[in-house]
Each structure stands twice: as structure tokens, then as C-alpha cells.
Design a binder for this molecule. Sequence first.
Ligand SMILES: [Ca+2]
Ligand SMILES: [Ca+2]
Length: 202
Amino acid sequence: MTYTRYTASRRLGPCTLGRPHEAGDDEAGWSFAHPGRVPANTVGLAAPWNALPRLPKRDDPRDPVLRRWARAVLVGRGIQAPARITAAYSIDLDGDGTPECVFSAWSPNQDTPQVPRKAQYSFLAVRTHGVTVVLNGGFDPTPHSYEEYLDHYTPVAFLDIDGDGTPEILAEDAGWEWGGIQAYHVTPTGATLLLSCYEGGN
Ligand SMILES: [Ca+2]
Ligand SMILES: [Ca+2]
């Protein structure tokens, strides 16, 4: 089966992979057989249309406006901590001519979750029409005496996966021993989950 590979800002070209097949009894979901190495942060899409109709612009994670939006999300969930943005992109997702901003944020202690710390967070959000919409995330305002690992959310690409001419947000959800990808469709009134798939398990 032929897929076209994309990164967040480039079309890399075709590659041939196995068809998705149902996983075994002790696994959930579907998996792909891929004979070669698949580069990290690459998405393969078997679609005849141009899935990269608009290019995103990578934003500076230290941007104070971005950090203010993220900080407001944290305060709203009871976390009084500086916001650390891990990735940010601007791209018009709903076709109104004004770019949305898609960003992810993790608390610094998520880099070394073996060390129990203070409040923790990890989330993915889109700023659209003056509102910050949290697409996925974990928030734990309570310090623990044991280790805890929240899933890490990262925007990976902005591809038109349903062929309607507007790009969706494709984001990685990386758990401790498993991973997945979600696709979100953004409209002027909000965002909806279009697709979600995972592989791996405990
Ligand atoms: Ca827009
Ligand atoms: Ca689309």
C-alpha cells in the first residue's frame, strides 16, 4: 500500500507499507507492518488529494503571549506554575484567513517523571477566535510522594486527512509504554476529535 509521507511543513514523498491489520487478542486496536525504518515525527497518508494545502509557521515557545495563554489554562485547573511551551505552530485551520495557534506544554518535571515533584501538567491546545481550547491533557495540581507520568502531547503535522480542503491538527500522544495519534478538526466554533488510534500497551 502506498502512502505519502509528511512532516509538519514538508511533503517527503511516497513510501510503501503494509496494510493495517487487527492486532492480536492481547492487544487493543490496529497495527501496521512496516519493513523499513520510519522517521520520527512523520505521518503517512494514503490519500489522492494534496494533504498539505497550507504550511504552518513554527512559533517561538518563549513567546510571552503564548505563555500567557498557557498559564491561564493552568490557573483554570488549579495549577500555579509558570507555563512551559514545548512546541507551537500558527496555521489557518478553519479557512477564515486568520491563523490559529496550536501549542503543547509540559511541566519541566515531566522530563524526569521518576522524581516526585510538585504540580504536573501536560496538554495540547489551540487558540482560535480569541479562545484557548484544550484538546487533550492531564493536570495534577497535587504534589505526590510517588512517581507519576502524564501522557505527552505534541503537534506533529497539519494535514487534510478527510479531503475537505482544510487541514486537521495531527498530534502525538506519547504514554509511558505506548503511543498514539489524534486528529482534530477545527471550525470557527471549536474543535472536534476526528480520529484517534494507539499502539503498544503494558
Ligand atoms: Ca482561522
Ligand atoms: Ca480536512
